[in-house]
Design a binder for this molecule. Structure first.
Ligand code: DHB
Length: 390
């Protein structure tokens, strides 16, 4: 072969080899976002979708040469539907990543599908400790109930609270909150008088609160999922619990930023522990809150919104780490060990547990410029999920 011919053959081969790669790179990268857009957890879906879209508006919809396609599906807050939609997204849409998961049963129902199909599943809301054990393809951008409940078990006895009744929604995260708060509170010399559990679906808090009144603890410790806090607060005040000398303490799910401002002055002074407040004092958070409100008719972002925003960050950076190639295992590797500044503060995706390590704050409901906020007054730095330490 003459030299010129050889060069021609070589360059043709190079073009032939590069063509499928170029095609694959230009194919869209699909994120299947399964959320409760309707039903009992609708506020979670609304927050996470808004945050995901904000992240894309701010960071572009092309990453490492791949166009990002966000496919949002409404699971109506029912885990059987979450599972069916996830299956369809994997088989029919051939999504590269699954994300969302408004409640623990949805994440648990989807976990085996992520494992079988080697599809990374970014859990942006659900917060039972054991979720990340349910599949090696799960990465979490939200939080865990043990992570935030232990902090209250330390704070309460140091602040004059010696006896408590616990009241939690009767499923994974509620059971975690009850266990980890109670254990730590007892370790610090506190007494848990009674442990009450309310159903997740359509709870009526009235009979439970009557029991609490009769038991006369120093405080009532509450966990209910995002969206249910306002009902608890209303009943607590209506039944005159605060006037009877019973304090309300809770995880920040109860004084949810999505509802807090409408809860009224009865919420003033309530102390909670959580990983995110819209009032968090950082330049990045102020920018995030402003942009979120501007894009969503003034809606204030809550901890679910932040879980969605950071979850998108985790996916974008993982795709970049594969130079646009993707692939379940490569993406997962790119998600593990990410360290970054979130609107909530510094976070790490623990490479071993695939769970989020983050600061946990003590906060008190206060009025600022006429609006109710969870104002942070103390912080426990870099908290790992205590549920993984046993
Ligand atoms: C879960 C749901 C919530 O809305 C919340 O605030 C915490 C946990 C859950 O189902 O895991």
């Amino acid at each position: 072969m003459k030299r010129r011919q050889l060069i021609q053959v070589c360059s043709l081969t190079a073009v032939a080899l590069a063509a499928p790669l170029a095609l694959a790179q230009s194919a869209p990268f699909k994120i299947g976002l399964v959320l409760p857009m309707t039903g009992q957890q609708a506020s979670t879906g609304r927050q996470i979708e808004a945050a995901a879209r904000l992240y894309m508006a701010q960071n572009g919809d092309t990453v490492a040469g791949r166009k990002i396609e966000l496919i949002v599906k409404d699971d109506t807050s029912l885990p059987d539907v979450t599972k069916r939609l996830a299956q369809e997204l994997i088989v029919n849409d051939k999504v590269d990543v699954l994300a969302g998961m408004g409640i623990t049963p949805s994440a648990m129902a989807t976990a085996p599908l992520a494992t079988q199909s080697k599809t990374p599943l970014v859990v942006m809301a659900a917060a039972t400790s054991s979720i990340t054990n349910a599949s090696p393809y799960i990465v979490r951008s939200s939080f865990t109930l043990p992570q935030v409940s232990v902090a209250m078990g330390d704070w309460a006895p140091k602040n004059g609270i010696k006896s408590v009744v616990t009241l939690v929604s009767d499923y994974g995260p509620g059971n975690d909150a009850e266990k980890y708060f109670s254990e730590r509170f007892a370790l610090n010399g506190g007494k848990v008088i009674e442990k009450l559990r309310v159903p997740l679906r359509n709870p009526d808090f009235a009979p439970f609160l009557q029991k609490v009144r009769d038991a006369k603890p120093d405080a009532l410790f509450v966990f209910v999922p995002s969206g249910a806090g306002a009902a608890v607060m209303k009943q607590f005040v209506e039944r005159g619990m605060d006037k009877a000398g019973i304090k309300l303490i809770a995880t920040g799910d109860v004084t949810d930023d999505d509802q807090l401002n409408d809860m009224g002055d009865g919420a003033l002074g309530v102390v909670t522990t959580h990983h995110y407040s819209a009032d968090h004092n950082s330049a990045l958070n102020k920018k995030f809150v402003d942009a979120f409100q501007k894009a969503n008719k003034g809606m204030r972002p809550n901890f679910m919104g932040v879980g969605g925003y950071d979850g998108m960050r985790i996916i974008y950076e993982a795709l970049k780490s594969t130079k646009g190639k993707g692939g379940g295992d490569a993406l997962l590797a790119g998600m593990k060990g990410q360290v970054f500044e979130s609107p909530r503060g510094e976070v790490l995706i623990d490479a071993q547990t695939r769970d989020i390590v983050q600061d946990v704050y003590l906060r008190k409901v206060e009025k600022k410029n006429g609006q109710l906020y969870n104002v942070e007054f103390d912080v426990i730095k870099a908290v790992k999920d205590p549920g993984k330490e046993k």
